[in-house]
Design a protein around this ligand. Structure first.
Ligand code: ADP
Ligand code: MG
Length: 450
């Protein structure tokens, strides 16, 4: 195949894979000739070669052989792999170099209480905890990236800091970089402004472990995403561990480029589920010990923690806040912590966490219960596997939230309020005819109220 033939194929490839994919994956390929029926392409990174070969290999081969019948196979070579590599600089040198770049280095401080020791494990977070532990051992990289996601206050930042502490304790030499996606963006913008992109790139590419918290922040921010993508690929290529957190699953983050989404999904994705009663009680019991150390004179009645675990929302931050306030208040008025005092002191918190169940929560729970993807439940598909759970979710939204039918419709992929009404009616009928549906509803309601 000639360079001209390859050039002529570009348009067609772009149309087939779409412009974004084309720009990311096809355009950077540089055709390097064919020998013995093997078309050779140079790629900037190893990772890229693997990805293109896995995702576009068949397509490329069929297109190539349509213009050059002798092509039977494709091979990817890293662009400068055949040049002698410059020896890696000694560690001291690297550090000296980064000292001058240190103002670009985002040194997010780690919270000293966020360690594995203080993290209470329960059913809703056991997988996330196990994955975090594994990564913190610093052994061979087995899943990359580790993507942790979950709602506000469920312990994502806590786990990330715990990983960082653990890695640093085990190996102080390790260059572990933890920062929020927001900080990543600021540093990036700063580097652009100061024309120091080389420093920026070098810096991020020289870390051993990169942790980026709250990645959803970069959604919709195009150039930051682009830079993040390249950083990510460069590190994966060097087999460096990456740990990312987000407030939802990669495929549910809006305005995130598809190529980033697919990168985020390519490792291990684990979620922190909303806390359940047992976990909340466990956390409260641990935190009470800390409070008791602060206020040794205070006593707490039996049943108070159980009450709080029952009544306060799934967000652990709120739970902690309530306990802190309770102890401070009791200490001020010099009384033991009774049920009455608790209800008095926390009246507003208790009221706020009363039955404030969101449409999203219901959708997520129902999708989970029926083992379907959230996007399928909200999306346009009409097959019964999705339609029935969708109606169940609509019914629960009508029952458990104060949203109107049109509002509910909007959150189910922009459906009409009559569709919602029909769904709700259907479930009301089925509830009496179909024991399974009745049972599902009961389970879901209890799970949502937990
Ligand atoms: P996120 O980053 O998911 O919003 P954080 O990690 O900041 O949540 O957690 C919020 C607060 O709740 C922190 O003070 C954290 O220590 C605490 N917390 C969350 N989950 C747990 C847990 N399983 N055990 C102990 N504390 C927890
Ligand atoms: Mg956080």
């Amino acid at each position: 195949m000639t360079q001209e033939q390859w050039g002529a194929l570009q348009d067609r490839l772009c149309k087939t894979v779409g412009e974004n994919n084309y720009k990311t994956w096809i355009k950077p390929l540089s055709y390097d000739g064919t020998s013995d029926g093997v078309a050779i392409f140079k790629v900037p990174t190893n990772f890229m070669g693997t990805y293109v070969s896995q995702n576009y290999g068949d397509l490329l081969l069929s297109q190539l052989s349509s213009v050059a019948a002798h092509v039977r196979r494709i091979q990817f070579k890293v662009a400068n792999a055949d040049r002698p590599r410059t020896p890696a600089p000694a560690p001291e040198k690297t550090r000296a170099a980064s000292a001058s770049q240190s103002d670009l280095l985002p040194s997010a401080p780690l919270e000293s209480r966020f360690t594995f020791d203080t993290f209470v494990v329960g059913k809703p977070n056991e997988l996330a905890h196990a994955a975090a532990r594994r990564v913190a051992e610093g052994g061979p990289v087995t899943f990359n990236p580790l993507f942790l996601y979950g709602g506000v206050g469920l312990g994502k930042t806590h786990l990330m800091h715990a990983i960082s502490w653990e890695l640093r304790n085990r190996n102080p030499e390790l260059n572990v970089l933890y920062l929020s996606a927001e900080q990543f963006m600021y540093r990036f913008v700063q580097a652009l402004r100061e024309r120091r992109m080389m420093d920026f790139k070098e810096l991020f590419r020289s870390v051993d472990v990169l942790m980026v918290d709250d990645v959803q922040f970069i959604a919709g921010k195009d150039s930051t995403q682009e830079e993040f993508f390249h950083t990510f690929n460069a590190l994966v290529d060097q087999n460096k561990q990456i740990i990312i957190s987000g407030d939802r699953a990669p495929d549910e983050i809006k305005d995130l480029e598809n190529r980033i989404r697919s990168r985020l999904q390519s490792g291990l994705v684990v979620d922190l589920h909303p806390t359940d009663y047992e976990l909340r009680l466990g956390i409260l019991q641990t935190k009470v010990d800390t409070q008791k150390a602060l206020y040794p004179e205070l006593d707490i009645d039996h049943g108070v923690l159980e009450f709080l675990a029952h009544r306060i929302s799934t967000n652990v931050r709120v739970l902690e806040g309530a306990l802190t306030r309770l102890f401070a208040f009791a200490s001020l008025v010099g009384k033991r912590i009774t049920m009455d005092l608790t209800q008095d002191c926390l009246a507003d918190v208790l009221r706020a966490s009363e039955r404030k169940i969101s449409v999203e929560e219901i959708q997520r729970k129902v999708a989970e219960h029926y083992n379907i993807r959230l996007s399928d439940m909200i999306g346009p598909k009409r097959v019964r596997n999705y339609a029935r759970p969708r109606q169940v979710a609509m019914y629960l939204c009508k029952q458990m939230t104060s949203r109107s039918l049109p509002e509910i419709g909007r959150r189910f992929g922009g459906r009409d309020h009559t569709t919602v009404m029909h769904g709700v009616k259907r479930i009301e009928e089925l509830k009496v005819q179909d024991g399974q549906i009745a049972e599902d509803l009961e389970l879901l309601r209890r799970a949502l109220e937990a």
